[in-house]
Design a protein around this ligand. Sequence first.
Ligand SMILES: [Fe+2]
Length: 264
Amino acid sequence: MPGTHVSGTDDGVVVVDYKVASAPDVVPQKCCSALESPQQPVLIDQLLGELRAAFKAEKDAGYIININQDPVSFKRLNQRVQELLKTYATSNPGDWQRFALFNDLHYVRNLVEANDDFELIVLCWRGGQVSRVHNHAASHCWLAVLDGEMREIQYQRANPAADGDEKPGDAVHVEVSNSTNMQVGDVGYINDHLALHSVGCYTSPEELSEWIALNGRGGRDGWQLEGGVTLHLYSPPIRRVKIYEDDTVTERTPGYYSKGGVRV
Ligand SMILES: [Fe+2]
């Protein structure tokens, strides 16, 4: 592994749709609903509007949104959210770039929007930057790859807590259960009932140069590929995450590197 685990925060997901590997160069358009034109570019403000509407619809119908959500409600919400993220990531208008701040020492979380229902975050990873193994509390977690190549590694607890709720200091051994490479446009989902995971950009500088040459990236809208960029949606927003490292559980509060494109 080219990178080391760093004191990062939260990230990624399980890939459930792994078919699209390229992002066509397109001109952003002020267009209609993503439902009406799923292949058309969707600007991030439009994505946010559609996401707010999708979550509001479930709440207005009386459903509580978390990992113990009513199955019918969750199936409907999950399908809609994945459709929206897929549309945005594959059309890839590039307007996410204003949120995409990087750090040389560790991957960073850049907040796009947080409200009562969800938080939408752009995570930026230089080559070799990898998250630690973590959970997602009682939240849903969706992820879409916007740039670069990422890898998601899932883990299962070898000795889960009897009540399923580990406490800081508990001894828990985790084992790899799956590993998946993710490309631009891939969308996935994970929650604590499914697995723990780590996410990272394992691309070396040499591989990055080759990838840019092969994919013709690094010039659109003046954007220079610097590693990997992922878009994460957590619902409800995650306040505390558990880290599984050295067979021990710790807990931390995830923070933001920037908000609205402005460093905090
Ligand atoms: Fe994650």
